[in-house]
Design a protein around this ligand. Structure first.
Ligand code: SAH
Length: 275
């Protein structure tokens, strides 16, 4: 049997050097509460950027502008320390506005989590970029698993970089939404979407070069650690009221290293499925 989850590292690594623990972010975004946003917790998060589009412009015009808006978003991600060109190019390539409700489409290129229904949120772009940069650093993963597909956005971003993306979602309505979003972008062959409980992973498709968990548990499920390939990396938010991104690397058959990154706030990781 495998060893239990490795103990917490004694010190915290904060390579971006900007962690803070101030709460209350995003309270001004309708439908996004402090408890349900997949976002980084910083003082900067409190200063919500002005809407990416002039007020009143219909969302249906967004398609025309979205490439430019995405380029601006990618520039902001660069300024915030994201350097992996693969990740930046992938974010440039995926039309995030098509993953949110039309009423929110004009906000899709703000660096904010947004509601996607069922009390869940699409992750903040910086968080997606940070997680993928850390999980894919110095390697070219070919098979990855996402736990918590939500509307399918992060899976679509990963699929720009990785040949085989498996993404699992426990809420039927969101699984259907992700499937429809990915179908519209003709990405259903590159992303294999599964309706199920991601806490047990996908043992039949393992091992994975990387596992990205988009919801926070009190601890990282052991089943996921054992589904990592040698030197594979898992990144996940961990905690309850206080959460941090945790980066785990499989260093041997029965050993894993662990480092803690930024303070974040994610929706909870829950067991079982919801129909
Ligand atoms: N990856 C999404 C974020 C979705 S929010 C994006 O691209 O923005 C996190 C998602 O994790 C929610 O949809 C929630 O239903 C899902 N989730 C929580 N626990 C889960 C579990 N055990 N298995 C699969 N999905 C889970």
């Amino acid at each position: 049997m495998s060893k239990p989850v490795p103990p917490r590292a004694p010190g915290r690594s904060d390579p971006m050097g900007t962690s803070s623990t101030r709460a209350g972010a995003l309270t001004s975004v309708p439908g996004v509460r402090a408890t349900n946003s997949n976002t980084r917790v910083t003082t900067a998060t409190l200063q919500r950027p002005a809407s990416a589009l002039p007020a009143g412009r219909p969302a249906s015009n967004l398609g025309l502008n979205s490439e430019r808006l995405r380029a601006a978003m990618v520039s902001r991600l660069r300024e915030q320390g994201i350097t992996d060109e693969r990740v930046l190019n992938a974010i440039q390539a995926v039309p995030r506005h098509t993953f949110v409700d039309e009423a929110l489409a004009s906000r899709a290129y703000e660096d904010a989590a947004l509601p996607i229904g069922h009390s869940q949120t699409i992750s903040q772009p910086w968080v997606v970029a940070r997680m993928l940069s850390a999980a894919f650093e110095s390697r070219t993963p070919t098979r990855v698993l996402e736990v918590g597909a939500g509307c399918g956005y992060q899976a679509a971003v990963m699929a720009q970089i990785v040949r085989e993306v498996h993404a699992i979602e426990r809420i039927r309505g969101l699984y259907d939404l992700a499937r429809e979003n990915l179908r519209q972008l003709k990405m259903t062959t590159r992303v294999r979407l599964v309706y199920g409980d991601g806490m047990i992973g996908l043992p039949n498709s393992a091992p994975f070069d990387a596992i990205v968990v988009a919801a926070a548990g009190l601890s990282i499920p052991q089943a996921l650690l054992t589904q990592l390939a040698p030197h594979g990396r898992l990144i996940a938010p961990e905690g309850g009221a206080q959460q941090r991104l945790v980066l785990i690397e499989r260093t041997g058959a029965q050993s894993w290293s662990r480092v803690e990154l930024e303070a974040v706030r994610f929706v909870p990781l829950r067991a079982g499925i919801q129909s």
